[in-house]
Design a protein around this ligand. Structure first.
Ligand code: NDP
Length: 255
């Protein structure tokens, strides 16, 4: 095992968008960052582009829906780093805009494969390495539209949509993030007291491929809350859901 003085981080789905920017910001804070990507060429290109000015960014082949890929990635990390301080479960897919009554269950299942089951697969595979760190952070990149309170009130608590216009046409995506929030709380509760803090981030409405670049925030702004949660002090919170609102702490959202 090579000597690893820096904190070691893994960011999934990081060849572009918010994940790529989370990698950059964590590397700038001195982390050794493994840039997870399912496409080897695009992952390698992104890692090479970010490896400037002494930043330590390494491509990690990782398809979160492929158990073999996840196992291989975990094996490489165990051999190369031997420990993990930060896991950012960022990889995500959107879903088509359809009314719930017109959404085939198969479509929902496909979105859950990445946004929910992928997070569980990766987290379970990397937990042994996270447990080896004196303190560690898991950040799940969720969305404010996954909030059950928002759904119950038909309101987006971030103010992204006008009151009463909560997007009912996003069954697969919104409910996948609701499930992810439940997953986040389950891990936070299991790991309470172990030094591993588990939190969810809503990055805000960020212009990326997932929304056809219609978001109003830059990826730099969208990465802010995930990075904040990835670099929490040891006495920082666990089981919180933070959304962007322009304050250093972020707005605590209702699950
Ligand atoms: P992008 O579409 O730009 O990025 C999504 C990333 O996830 C891509 O790198 C994509 O890889 C990767 N990915 C998808 N499926 C897999 C998989 N099976 N294995 C590994 N990687 C995968 O969107 P964003 O940057 O906006 O999204 C990042 C996260 O932020 C997502 O979880 C999203 O739900 C969340 N989010 C985004 C918001 C926004 O406004 N943009 C708002 C709220 C939450 P590939 O290039 O190969 O497809």
């Amino acid at each position: 095992m090579s000597a690893h003085p820096a904190r070691v981080a893994v960011v999934t789905g990081a060849n572009k968008g918010i994940g790529r920017e989370i990698v950059r910001q964590l590397a700038e804070r001195g982390h050794t960052v493994y840039l997870g990507a399912r496409d080897e060429r695009r992952g390698r290109e992104a890692a090479a582009a970010l490896s400037v000015g002494g930043l330590d960014v390494r491509f990690l082949h990782l398809d979160v829906t492929d158990e073999d890929s996840v196992a291989l990635a975990a094996k490489r990390l165990a051999e190369e780093a031997g420990v993990l301080h930060v896991l950012v479960n960022n990889a995500g897919v959107g879903g088509p805009m359809q009314l719930p009554s017109e959404t085939p269950a198969e479509q929902v299942r496909t979105v859950y494969e990445t946004n929910v089951f992928g997070v569980i697969t990766v987290t379970n595979a990397l937990l042994p390495l996270l447990r080896k760190a004196p303190s560690a952070r898991i950040v799940n990149v969720s969305s404010a539209i996954g909030s059950l309170k928002s759904a119950a009130e038909n309101n987006d608590q971030t103010g992204e949509h006008p009151p009463g216009e909560f997007p009912v046409t996003l069954l697969s995506y919104a409910s996948s993030k609701t499930a992810l929030n439940a997953v986040t709380l389950a891990y936070a509760n299991e790991l309470r007291g172990t030094g591993i803090l588990v939190n969810a981030a809503s990055p805000g409405f960020v212009a990326t491929d997932i929304n056809g670049h219609h978001g109003r925030l830059t990826t730099e702004q969208g990465a802010r809350i995930p990075v904040l949660l990835a670099t929490l002090p040891d006495d920082g919170p666990t089981a919180t859901f933070l959304g962007e609102d322009g304050t250093p702490e972020g707005q605590v959202l209702d699950w």
